[in-house]
Write a new protein. Structure first.
Lengths: 447, 768
């Protein structure tokens, strides 16, 4: 059962709406507060693809909870700025504003666009909502939640009682707390679905109406949400969300940060994990091409055994990976950008925000004395798996890092892929834009 | 005028919206014994059903009823204007997603699971899917129509310049945030109450009665509010409501039917996509001498509202331009796809896109600014003030409005700025465009231009108001309440609007054609004025003055130097046995239109507007950004400027979405593959420019509408055409020759045209 079904069903709290049941419209946005580094951290998420047990140890705040005698500033601002018309999306916007009110009040339009990318409004054209957002964030006075924060923290911590194992008939839901437990559970239940952020698995249930027999949720496994830089390597635990990884990834390269903020929306990035994006083997996951170009390595674990796999080796065929039964992704190791590297990544989609790529391309070349010594070019959306463009790479290596060489690589790229046409893009567009991305990345570097 | 009129009071439900307390259909308290329904959708676009056995479905756990075409007690059709939309496919399915049967069960999950147990066999048939296929086969849902004035062929032959071509524009999904939903509750004696998220409660009532085999008086349809509609709940709400009612009648239990997003997008109709062929002759100044249009609209599998929609396309193929010699042909193509339906603009936008395209083609051919060509062709003084359908423009302000916008948007300097930018940038290009809008206000089916209202004044002085319109977010209830409060001189909170219901105001028209306030606001005003006249008589007696000297203002009734609180006058009226309740009825005057000849006055008046958009494209990827938009729009004397601004901005953004990122994509078997927001991309916040300057044009409606206001629901959508033309302008900055950019102008279409132009340039250079 999803949190939204539970709210609207047994709880009879019908302020949160179902607009799509796939985490794309934000009408169901709720806020989760959880203890994090000594404070309560407020995060907006889509309740429609969040499974109920994921609430364990977190405070759930819905639109019904905000008003206390008077409307919350986030609500007041929406009324004052005429920011609701039909009102169906409004509770979701209010909750996104509420989360911003508590975390990072926005001050410029760019930040508002990012904040609201996961909330669709079909009536207003957004301008009044933008103004309401500024107004709400301009007055982040203490509210009923901030004044009781210490008490809420204490209650949440008191409720935390170790690993979860829920049984419902033949169905099982595990939420281990340590990597060891996870490894053992994974071994014991090789057919289990591993649930990280649920931004993909959630849709198996809400869209495909699949019944998941055994679920192992990794959200509370200690160490799996760690991200650290050590020995020239960025180590990303498989359960690290996009939101938590953003700063470190931006530090690796700014274009990586830009690309990550175009994956999904705030709500999706608060739930979705880098590990999940890789492990589900999707041909259009946006992290894969970047990580392939960056020469990342996966640390895979089965029981107590670990092995290292270059990330490109994970993808065998459409949605089929090299993961063995009982094995799971524990960590992703990304080497720091070498001094002599030029890097760029760019995703192409119909709409700038909250859209799945038609094509996502990443390139890392190493240039010594003006000559390309190594080239890694990877694309998503061009084949059944994210894959390297070997012929384009070969066209560059040994040549001067120049527009002329890039144009040779562009020509060579035609031999690397035979993309498909679908609702996101035609094969012709994919081929042309993939080719042009090389030039664009070169121009970006030249600039 | 009362101070309330023209004030910026918030939407009457705003405080409920923001606290999650506004009830939409699926939020209503559920009556005991409620069952949940699920519709089984055809997996094929065109097939005969050769065997259908639902016995396993009926026997499944939790199932209470299954209904197929043969189980409908009344008429198995919900066609709004003419038949053709079966509730359940009888032996033929004509689109992927067509309703075949429905299940009522104790939970939605049980109903959905059970539906999979159906044994059904199909004999597949070749579907006709595209406009081209339909035109080749001359496959139509309705006969083609022609509107002609002057001698276009002779004018074309004589013209100094002549160009012809073809353009295509896609359809559009409404993407109301709240999907289609209904709940039917059986009463005693076979009566049925249907709660429906509909723009047209009367039609839901009538179609439910017809399907259930009841008289209209046995069915009540109620609508409190919709979570968006945009035309998508004008005729399309009926199927869902009628199926819920059929199952409720069968089970004698309440039944709720809420479509999930995917089923909603697959099952229900959208904006018509079009193919247009044109042939235009013009002089060296860009003045159009003669033009012909051949419109082919994809209607889908049934007529639905396509007759009136395609008529409106013909009525707007002139947009704001005088076309002296013109022929407009309209084909209403039948395809094995979902039946396309009403969508904000109702065919008008497609007509406007066509003429704006022609204007742009002329300008680029003559190498002059398209704005000049637009201005040169505007309707002007007689005899250049008559539309192709013979209506004289009595309220034309397009010239002045555009002049004002040219100044306020700093068009000339920005035109130079764009040229300078393009000269200094190789890979990024900018484009600028100004497009006008002239939109006819009234239902073109004249009989629909009527409305009723019911006003009660209670003895505590509070006012309850009901009218035939429905609230879908547009602020109709707020505006109508303002009008009524102004009549009584009361503060707004003393007037409450309740849910639209067919047992308070009967035989209503849909809330559509931008007419909500014009019609219902007037009807409510008339009802309130009737009561006010009675109260004035009562007061006049009390004060011993003439009734004409009585004034209602600030919560008081005054005259002859005396005053009483409104509530005291109401009590006096009650004591004197004066009726404190009244209906009001309004019909739009002056309409005189002959549909057979397509001549006369189909519209009461016109709404005008114009927009300037500036875009930047990346010529390597086709990606683009709207940098700035300036809008000047005519709402007459605005009843509530903030509500009108909301309609203008929202309409512009929705129109922009239609023409840019919103792409409906069917596969070769006729399956719609873009049936959820993951694949169908409406604008997000970032798509709206930070520099967005919107103003109301100071004007007063030439006609006697409610407080001289103008309808504002649909016209602003067509302001979005300026974004398409700004993109054309930017694309034109690469290479040379005519610009081929169909809509939606996705990044893909932009890039492919840029690439084509660049290739031509390279070939041309090589030839030198």
């Amino acid at each position: 059962m999803t949190v939204l079904e539970w709210l609207r069903g047994p709880e009879r709290l019908r302020g949160s709406k179902e607009g799509c049941a796939e985490g794309d419209c934000g009408a169901c946005t709720v806020v989760l507060a959880e203890p994090w580094q000594g404070r309560l951290r407020y995060r907006a998420v889509n309740a429609c693809i969040l499974f109920l047990p994921e609430l364990d140890g977190r405070q759930l705040i819905t639109v019904e909870h905000l008003a206390c005698e008077t409307l919350h500033p986030a609500q007041q601002a929406m009324v004052a700025h005429h920011a609701s018309q039909c009102g169906f999306c409004t509770p979701g916007f209010v909750m996104s504003l509420f989360a911003a009110f508590h975390t990072a009040p926005v001050t410029d339009r760019e930040a508002v666009d990012t904040l609201l990318a996961g909330n669709l409004c079909r009536c207003t054209g957004y301008r009044p909502i933008v103004e309401a957002t500024f107004a709400a964030c301009a007055a982040p006075a203490p509210d009923r939640f901030s004044v009781t924060e210490a008490q809420t923290m204490a209650e949440l911590q008191a409720q935390r009682k170790g690993s979860l194992a829920l049984l419902y008939g033949e169905r099982r839901y595990f939420a281990p707390e340590t990597k060891g437990e996870l490894a053992a559970l994974r071994l014991a239940h090789p057919d289990a679905v591993i649930l990280a952020g649920g931004t993909d698995v959630g849709l198996w249930v809400t869209k495909q109406h699949r019944v998941l027999d055994t679920v192992i949720a990794i959200g509370r496994v200690a160490g799996l949400r760690d991200i650290e830089s050590r020995d020239g390597v960025l180590r990303i635990g498989a359960g690290v969300t996009y939101t938590d990884a953003l700063e470190a990834l931006s530090a690796l390269h700014p274009s990586l940060g830009v690309m990550v903020t175009r994956i999904g929306s705030v709500q999706v990035r608060n739930s979705g994990t880098i590990g999940g994006n890789i492990a589900n083997g999707s041909p259009i996951g946006d992290m894969a091409p970047a990580l392939i170009a960056l020469d990342a390595t996966l640390v895979l674990r089965r029981g107590d055994e670990r092995r290292h796999l270059p990330i490109a080796g994970l993808f065998l065929a459409y949605r089929r990976t090299a993961l063995q039964p009982g094995e799971f992704v524990e960590r992703i190791d990304v080497p720091f950008m070498p001094e002599d590297a030029v890097f760029g990544v760019h995703k192409i989609s119909k709409r700038p925000d909250q859209d799945i790529s038609a094509v996502c391309g990443a390139i890392r070349v190493r240039v010594q004395e003006g000559v390309v010594t190594e080239a890694r070019i990877a694309y998503g959306g061009m084949a059944g798996i994210p894959a390297r463009a070997v012929q384009a790479e070969q066209a560059l290596v040994g040549r001067a890092w120049s527009e002329a060489s890039v144009r040779l690589a562009m020509a060579a790229l035609a031999g690397d892929f035979t993309p498909l046409s679908d609702m996101r893009a035609s094969a012709a567009y994919r081929s042309v834009v993939a080719r042009n991305l090389l030039l664009k990345l070169w121009l970006d570097d030249a600039a | 005028m009362n101070a309330l009129i023209g004030s910026e009071v918030p939407h009457d439900s705003a405080h409920l919206h923001v606290s999650g307390a506004a009830r939409y259909l699926d939020d209503l308290p559920e009556p005991p014994g409620l069952l949940h329904a699920f519709i089984y959708l055809s997996p094929h676009a065109h097939a005969a059903i050769t065997a259908l056995d639902v016995s396993d479905v009926a026997a499944a756990l939790g199932v209470h009823a299954v209904m197929t075409a043969c189980d409908v007690p009344g008429v198995n059709d919900v066609g709004p204007a003419m038949p053709g939309d079966p509730i359940f496919a009888n032996w033929l399915v004509e689109y992927h997603g067509q309703s075949v049967f429905a299940v009522a069960a104790e939970s939605l999950a049980a109903a959905r699971r059970a539906a999979k147990l159906v044994r059904i066999e199909y004999e597949l048939r070749q579907p006709v899917l595209t406009i081209d296929e339909a035109m080749d086969a001359q496959f139509f849902v309705l006969p083609s129509k022609t509107l002609r004035r002057g001698d276009p062929q002779a004018a074309l032959a004589r013209a100094t310049h002549r160009l012809s071509g073809r353009l295509e524009m896609g359809g559009q999904e409404h993407f109301y945030l709240e999907g289609q939903a209904a709940m039917a509750v059986p009463g005693e004696d076979g009566d049925m109450v249907v709660h429906s998220s509909t723009q047209h409660p009367t039609e839901v009532q009538h179609l439910t009665a017809r399907a259930l085999g009841l008289a209209d008086h046995a069915v009540v349809c109620q609508t409190r509010r919709m979570g968006g509609a945009f035309g998508g709940k004008e005729s399309q709400a009926s199927l869902v409501a009628v199926i819920a009612a059929l199952l409720a009648q069968r089970t004698e239990r309440p039944v709720k039917l809420v479509l999930d997003r995917d089923d909603d997008m697959i099952l229900t109709g959208k904006r018509h996509d079009f193919r247009v062929l044109y042939d235009v002759g013009f002089d060296s100044e860009g003045l159009i001498r003669g033009v012909t249009f051949d419109f082919a609209g994809r209607c889908g599998m049934s007529p639905d509202l396509s007759a009136a929609i395609n008529d409106r396309t013909m009525f707007h193929a002139d947009n704001a331009y005088f076309l002296e010699n013109v022929e407009i042909v309209s084909h209403r193509c039948k395809t094995h796809t979902v039946s396309n339906t009403a969508f904000r603009g109702f065919g008008g936008p497609q007509g406007m896109v066509a003429i704006e395209h022609v204007i742009d083609v002329i300008a680029r051919h003559l190498d002059i600014d398209p704005l000049l060509v637009r201005q040169r062709n505007f309707y002007r003084a007689a005899p250049a003030d008559v539309t192709p359908y013979g209506m004289i423009l009595e309220d034309n302000v397009i010239g002045e409005l555009v002049d004002a916008l040219v100044v306020s948007s700093d068009y000339a300097a920005r035109r130079e700025g764009v040229a300078a930018f393009n000269a200094s940038h190789t890979w990024r290009k900018r484009g600028l465009a100004l497009t006008p809008v002239k939109f006819g206000i009234s239902f073109t089916l004249t009989q629909m231009n009527q409305a009723g209202a019911l006003v009660h004044v209670y003895t505590d002085g509070s006012v309850q108001l009901n009218h035939g319109g429905t609230e879908m977010g547009q602020g109709l209830n707020t505006k109508v309440a303002m009008v009524v409060a102004a009549v009584f001189g009361l503060p707004l909170h003393r007037v409450k609007i309740t849910a639209t219901t067919t047992d308070k105001v009967p035989n209503t028209s849909p809330t559509a054609a931008s007419s909500g306030t014009d019609l219902n606001g007037r009807a409510a005003q008339i009802a309130a004025e009737t009561i006010r006249a009675r109260l004035a008589e009562v007061t006049a007696t009390l004060f011993d003055v003439a009734a004409g000297d009585i004034v209602f203002a600030d919560g008081e009734v005054s005259g002859g130097g005396k005053a009483l609180p409104f509530i005291e006058v109401v009590r006096a009226a009650y004591r004197n046995r004066i009726q404190l309740s009244s209906t009001g009825f309004y019909r739009t005057p002056k309409l005189a239109y002959d549909p057979a000849l397509m001549q006369g006055r189909p519209f009461y008046y016109f709404a005008y507007g114009a927009a300037v958009s500036e875009v930047e494209i990346d010529t390597l990827t086709g990606e683009y950004r709207l940098l700035r938009a300036d809008i000047l729009h005519d709402c007459g004397t605005s009843l509530n400027p903030e509500i009108d601004l909301g309609q203008i901005e929202g309409g512009f953004v929705q129109g922009m979405g239609w023409l840019t990122t919103e792409e409906l994509w069917w596969d070769a078997q006729g399956h719609l593959c873009t049936h959820a927001p993951s694949t169908y991309k409406i604008p997000t916040c970032r798509d709206v420019p930070a520099d967005f300057r919107v103003a109301l044009y100071r004007n007063e409606n030439h006609e006697e509408t409610v407080h001289r206001s103008k309808a504002v629901g649909e016209p602003p959508l067509m302001l979005g055409i300026s974004v398409l033309h700004a993109l054309r302008d930017a694309v034109a900055a690469v290479g040379s020759g005519p610009v081929r950019l169909d809509a939606p102008a996705t990044p893909e279409r932009v890039l492919m045209e840029v690439e084509a132009r660049r290739a031509v340039t390279i070939v041309a250079r090589a030839a030198e």
